[in-house]
Write a protein of this length. Structure first.
Length: 169
């Protein structure tokens, strides 16, 4: 199974924020944005694995800026790291100024997907080879996030969380 770069899984979805998708403050509903991020991340994970993928977890979501009615919103997703059967997908959400076209990062999220076969059983996925400094940072941090998740779930012992120990010692 040949390793792939994050760029090979890159997914970009651009759309307008319509009135039916907004809250009483005329900003995009958080749930609507979560759905858009899930779709983009799912496509990204599928591009990386070339398998059926299922959302395993939403690890992090930051709603840093409101996305107003009428905005052009772009969701960009890339696989940041692959483990045995799972893939971490990092998502950046951008808004575009209507007049200048300048893009501003509004939100970000990290989702985890698992590749499965036709019977729903997890299946091995290709490794990720980061190319840029940002991709390398996200790749490195993915292991820490995975170890923290496993530690909190009681699936590994604190002594086995090697990447987390390195942060403190």
């Amino acid at each position: 199974m040949k390793a792939k770069t994050p760029e090979q899984s890159k997914t970009i979805m651009t759309d307008l924020v319509l009135p039916s998708e907004t809250n009483p403050l005329n900003n995009l509903f958080g749930g609507e944005l979560l759905a858009r991020m899930d779709r983009a991340a799912s496509i990204s994970a599928r591009r990386h694995s070339r398998r059926i993928v299922v959302t395993a977890s939403v690890n992090h979501v930051a709603f840093n800026r409101a996305v107003p009615l009428g905005s052009v919103v772009t969701v960009e997703a890339k696989v940041s790291r692959a483990f045995k059967t799972s893939m971490e997908v990092y998502i950046d959400v951008w808004t575009e100024d209507r007049e200048s076209g300048e893009r501003t990062k509004a939100n970000e999220a990290i989702y985890t997907f698992v590749a499965v076969d036709e019977t729903g059983r997890p299946i091995t996925v290709p490794e990720v080879i980061p190319e840029s400094a940002l991709e390398q940072d996200r790749y490195d941090a993915a292991l820490r996030r995975k170890q923290l998740s496993l530690l909190l779930a009681g699936k590994i012992k604190p002594s086995d969380a090697t990447e987390l120990k390195a942060l403190f010692y």
